[in-house]
Design a protein around this ligand. Structure first.
Ligand code: PLP
Length: 394
């Protein structure tokens, strides 16, 4: 018996553990300190009333013989939810057949599991800094990774380098952690590059609902040619507060074929073998998100987070601290003042202002010297955190 040796190449997942340890140690020493947590990217608002109503109804369905649901007839999602999601895409002018939408238990699982479809010798292009799941899931398979520098100079929105080979390309827009979002021309450059390379674009749209600037694409499928080269991962986690419910969806258009093989068909085969679908209750709750009432209610919660982001941006503007994000994203990515390293600034903020954020270094080499704050906190606490920051003068 031999273990998967590639696990040895994984970096320690120490980021949030180290943060928790540091915060616990500080709190122990200063029991009276009122620590404000703007670090972890979890939501804080409860589910929308329309979702709660749908969940109650679904519970009643399960209580009666005539409406009871056991195994779902197909692991890719009930037609009622796949149709509701296809309807949502019409808002962006994207026509999808419900059969091109695959419901899963969140973007993280789908992003990781999708790699079952690809050879382990494929070259993977991943921006740095980035959501660490793309890197770790490929390291586990031993795939060669090429990093793409996302820096202050390119506005954390790197563009393709035509001389560089790639088979799998990850893009996340609006981005975690930088909050930067690509426009149509930039995404067109990526689609053209992927088509030319005969590569697959793995497009993570988990934060599309936070886009406020008109004209910015919410889906990669708004870009001509994308259906031939891209798949899109989406999640109800941040959009509708489903971080604890677990529901997401991945779009694999019919046109996405390599060597005559449909990736949607392969994914369906993979899921049918290793996954028995998202619970009926969760799918009924998710369906409610896409009703007019559900959309209005989730928009209220998103607006609350966006207001937090605005409060944070104004404070950073007044302090003259450079940052990206906030406008189209629940994340603010700020440059650590006075050339401090990410962890030094973490310690500084914890000790001097009792604010917890996330050191940028945890998202990749280029995150050093940068820091992520989230707008998912409580509004009063967010305002208090910014007042503390301003009192510090940085
Ligand atoms: N993609 C990005 C960029 C994320 O930041 C996250 C969660 O933080 C996910 C995917 C995972 O989402 P889910 O909760 O649907 O697994």
């Amino acid at each position: 018996m031999r273990l998967n040796e590639h696990f040895k190449n994984l970096g320690e997942s120490y980021l949030f553990v180290t943060i928790a340890k540091k915060v616990a140690a500080y709190q122990k020493e200063h029991p009276e300190a009122k620590i404000i947590r703007l670090g972890i990217g979890d939501v804080t608002r409860p589910l929308a009333p329309a979702v709660i109503d749908a969940l109650h109804k679904a519970v009643e369905d399960q209580a009666r013989q005539e409406t009871f649901h056991g195994y779902s007839p197909d692991s890719d999602g009930y037609p009622f939810l796949r149709e509701a999601i296809a309807g949502y895409y019409k808002n962006f002018g994207v026509e999808l057949d419900p059969s091109e939408i695959f419901v899963g238990d969140g973007a993280k699982s789908d992003l990781g599991n999708m790699l079952d479809l690809f050879d382990r010798d494929n070259t993977v292009l991943i921006p740095d800094p980035v959501y660490p799941v793309y890197v770790d899931t490929n390291v586990m398979d031993g795939r060669p990774i090429v990093y793409l520098d996302a820096t202050e100079e390119n506005g954390f929105l790197p563009l393709p380098d035509p001389g560089r080979r790639a088979d799998l390309i990850y893009l996340c827009s609006p981005n975690n952690p930088t909050g930067a979002a690509y426009n149509k021309e930039q995404l067109q450059a990526w689609v053209d590059y992927a088509l030319e390379q005969k590569a697959v674009l793995l497009y993570d749209a988990a934060y599309e609902a936070f886009i406020t600037e008109p004209g910015l694409p919410h889906s990669i499928f708004e870009i001509p040619g994308a259906k031939q080269c891209a798949m899109e991962f989406c999640s109800l986690s941040k959009t509708a507060g489903f971080t604890g419910m677990r529901c997401g969806y991945t779009v694999l258009p019919r046109e996405l074929r390599f060597g005559g093989v449909s990736l949607g068909k392969l994914w369906q085969r993979r899921q049918g073998c290793k996954f028995n679908g998202v619970s009926y209750l969760t799918q009924r709750g998710a369906q409610a998100v896409f009703t007019p009432e559900g959309q209005r209610q989730i928009r209220e919660a998103i607006a609350c987070y966006q207001e937090n982001a605005r409060v944070m941006m104004e404070a950073l503007d007044r302090l003259g601290i450079p940052y990206t994000g906030g406008v189209n994203s629940p994340y603010l990515w700020l440059k650590c003042p006075e050339g401090l390293g990410s962890w030094d600034y973490f310690d500084f903020l914890l000790e001097r202002a009792q604010i917890v954020g996330t050191p940028g270094e945890g998202f990749g080499r280029n995150g050093e010297g940068w820091f992520r704050l989230t707008a998912f906190g409580d509004p009063a606490q967010t305002r208090e955190a910014m007042a503390r920051l301003e009192r510090l003068g940085q």
